[in-house]
Design a binder for this molecule. Structure first.
Ligand code: NAD
Length: 294
């Protein structure tokens, strides 16, 4: 008999993830505050619920893909804990702050439930294609139960350690990405001002010590390197607003453990400037336009 999964939060990411659970033989009971999101989930084959509690009742596992820690804590403490059957497994795939993730998992454990934090790397295309990477925090037993469910939605499922460590891995990775993208953009901008052709700089730096994923997989200069959002007027890809959200989570987490993150702080300030310029929905590699002064 196939497992029944309650899926709460069927937005840009959750919609595709739930569709992949269905494709892999899971029964899905969907709840979202948005009628559009619910209608899309129903078309994909999910059964619609009228509340989170109704979706969760009788389900073997609960997957949440919600905007922030406030939403996640509200849904679990407000509805999921009270309605879930004994032995149900909880998987929160949202990107949220480490402190809230640990608090919710601790509260679940106090009620006898296994829970993992399992944030993702990869955007909407990876959610739709079932090729996400999951970074998972939780006990060995919770991870073992979560892995087959997550594998139905992704290409890699990695155990990062105890509760909250998935979120820690996610924000440390994205802080590194935010900073390397800015460094890549400012280097291209300066190279051009010094009279160096961007393609020539790419040919040299991509095989030299300045190489990074931001340069060789996601080059911010149009027509240089493989196809990337810069070739599509910085549409699609990973939005400035989402990078800013992750950088805020990273710098808050850094402050909470007294970690020194000068590059992370600078990256947050620069992406905030971009967002203030009305570019929150454009791809984060549009940073190069601001640094080139255009
Ligand atoms: P989204 O806003 O498209 O979807 C969130 C959904 O949650 C919405 O449909 C909303 O109606 C629903 N929701 C909010 N509160 C709810 C509640 N109380 N009960 C039920 N439903 C509720 O956001 P998204 O882009 O799908 O992102 C979801 C999470 O994934 C975020 O934490 C984000 O940071 C993370 N993430 C997003 C991307 C991306 O590229 N979009 C990539 C990696 C991680």
């Amino acid at each position: 008999m196939s497992l029944t999964i309650a899926f709460i939060g069927l937005g840009n990411m959750g919609g595709g993830m739930a569709a992949n659970l269905l494709k892999n033989g899971y029964a899905v009971r969907a709840f979202d505050l948005s009628e559009d999101a619910l209608a899309r989930a129903e078309t994909a084959g999910a059964v619609r619920a009228t509340s989170a509690a109704e979706a969760v009742t009788g389900a073997d596992a609960v997957v949440t893909m919600l905007p922030t820690g406030k939403h996640v804590e509200g849904v679990y403490t407000g509805e999921v804990f009270g309605a879930a059957k004994a032995g149900a497994l909880f998987l929160d795939c949202s990107t949220i702050d480490v402190t809230t993730a640990r608090r919710v998992i601790e509260a679940a454990a106090a009620k006898g439930f296994d829970m993992v934090d399992a944030p993702v790397s990869g955007g909407i295309a990876a959610a739709n294609g079932g090729t996400l990477t999951f970074m998972v925090g939780g006990t060995d037993a919770a991870f073992a139960k979560a892995k087959p469910i997550l594998s139905a939605m992704g290409k890699a499922v990695i155990h990062a350690g105890g509760a909250g460590n998935g979120q820690a891995a996610k924000i440390c990775n994205n802080m590194l990405l935010g900073a390397t993208m800015i460094a890549t953009c400012e280097s291209f901008a300066m190279a051009r001002k010094l009279g160096l052709d961007p393609q020539t700089f790419y040919d040299i730096s991509s095989v030299s010590s300045g190489q990074s994923w931001s340069m060789t997989s996601y080059c911010p200069v149009p027509s240089v390197g493989p196809q990337s959002p810069s070739d599509n007027d910085y549409q699609g890809g990973f939005a400035v607003g989402l990078m800013l959200k992750d950088l805020k989570l990273a710098t808050e987490a850094a402050a909470s453990v007294n970690a020194s993150v000068p590059m992370g702080n600078a990256a947050e300030a620069l992406y905030q400037l971009l967002a203030n310029q009305g570019k929150a929905t454009r791809d984060f590699s549009i940073m190069i336009e601001m640094l080139e002064g255009s």
